[in-house]
Design a binder for this molecule. Sequence first.
Ligand code: SRM
Ligand code: SF4
Length: 568
Amino acid sequence: MTHPSVEDIKINSRGLRGTLLEGLTDPVTGSLSEEDQRLVKFHGSYQQDDRDLRDERRRQKLEPAHQFMIRVRAPGGVFTPAQWLKLDAIATTWANHSLRVTTRQTFQFHGVIKRELKATMQAINAAALDTISACGDVNRNVLGCSNPLQSRLHAQVYAWAQRLSAEFLPKTRAYYEIWLDQEKLADSGQEEDPVYGKVYLPRKFKMAVAVPPINDVDVFANDFGLIAIVDEAGGLAGFNVAIGGGMGASHGDPGTYPRLANVIGFVAPEQALAIAAAALTVQRDHGDRVERKHARFKYTIDDHGLDFIVAQMEERAGFRLQPARPWHFDHNGDRFGWVEGDDGRWHLTLSLPTGRIADRPGAPHLTGLREIARVHRGEFRLTANQNLVIAGVPAGDRERIDALVRAHALDQENRAPTALARASMACVALPTCALAMAEAERYLPDFNARLEPLLDRHGLREAPILLRISGCPNGCSRPYLGEIALVGKAPGRYNLMLGADHRGQRLNTLYRENISESEILDTLDPLFGRYAGEREAGEGFGDFLHRAGIVELPPYPTHRRIALELQA
Ligand code: SRM
Ligand code: SF4
């Protein structure tokens, strides 16, 4: 039997409904049909199975331990304390007792079983949140800079992330019918979708809004990015527009590669939605609908040429882009600890170990943040680096928050022995990710512990070296922007990538292929030694590796570094 293509499934889905309603109530299996597994992604959920249990269940002739991951849509990543408490209750009632902060500033739940999926979705909705478009061939969760030092600008950027997300939500009411039991509108003709039609996009599409000097959203890793340009009075003058970023690649397939976005010009604030719509619809109409691996906007741009794509966008938007304005990014990480924002409120950024908030022996983080949510009068902001800002704290509340942070070891990672460990990221990988080839989230703490003596020996404990680990080349932790990155090849084996900058403006390069932990450490040790001895003042590890001729730019066909001459 041949399986229908994803394009056919979308077209025949009656507005993303498929047979989800029937499948959810089928008691015979914990799984959905293959077609519905495709469609449920558009509703923010993935069917998975616990890979740790796979072999044992196979031996026992049981079906895999099917379970669902649910991803919340949270453009800009801001949550109220009341929402936090509700999400925490969902995690402990229906999911695996953890909240997972993702690299796109939202939460994932893992381990929800099929017969409780609908109740979980309803509980998310009761927290005034939803999961629409969190996955699927649509505009995904929109990122917004979370820098607490610029709180006034943060409010504007957050509003932009919300607008970009709302503007490109699908018009189908399927989510409300299936999960919230609302009136059935399928085939009523009331769901015309001028943006997505019946075919949606060829693949996922990602947007981000960055505010220099911090590139915490890794704006150049997105299909469409806005870089805020601030005028002399501190207001928002407009945005530089960047298109065509993406990380995903496949091992051994040179036709797939990570790519940084091209900065194509400047728009005034009132033109931003139109230019975003132009980018998204150009990709809708020109993206590859046959080969999904080749269906991201970055390949559409490389296939048709940047000039053609920009001309198409300008025609659709109805205006010409102005020349890009100078900008400068200092770094793409988070700044940990307390800062006073420009609105007089205080903000505490906590480094979370790989974004996983759970109760572990000696580190009851889930409980601690629940306690904080009960007394906190500001908001919680997630960062695109899997960290958390307890934001908007009145000065008088700081002591109480600090006491709770200490009591629940929430500052454990902020006090990690190396700057590298504090800022490192890893994707989820095993046991839930079906595509993982090697460990990532579960391996990062061990790997950081192995690096510590090396960094110590070379006096590099406080060197802000950026490490990222992904369990496969899809790049969910944006590893190709790490100064050091491990990309999973097989259990216990990784490609070692080196030489990105720490601004998100230069891709790293494959340095050693398919090596084990001891080989990785043996390779890094002398490089740390040279860096410690030969670096210039303020020089990053990746920049040093390039200056010393140890790595060159990677051999990808296009856009491996952002044009430096554009920057202030
Ligand atoms: Fe991702 C697929 C997890 C950010 C590129 N990603 C997956 C799936 C759903 C696996 C699957 O298809 O079966 C992973 C679920 C694992 C699990 O068990 O939870 C998964 N991706 C994640 C998260 C949770 C990683 C994390 O540790 O935080 C991130 C959730 C983001 C969110 O909240 O929306 C996540 N994924 C990213 C990013 C980073 C970003 O967007 O800034 C990328 C690289 C940027 C890009 O899109 O180019 C990314 N994920 C991919 C790809 C490769 C896409 C491609 O162009 O080829 C896949 C595979 C696919 O789509 O077929 C993928
Ligand atoms: Fe899974 Fe690969 Fe993404 Fe990691 S990078 S979460 S292993 S798809």
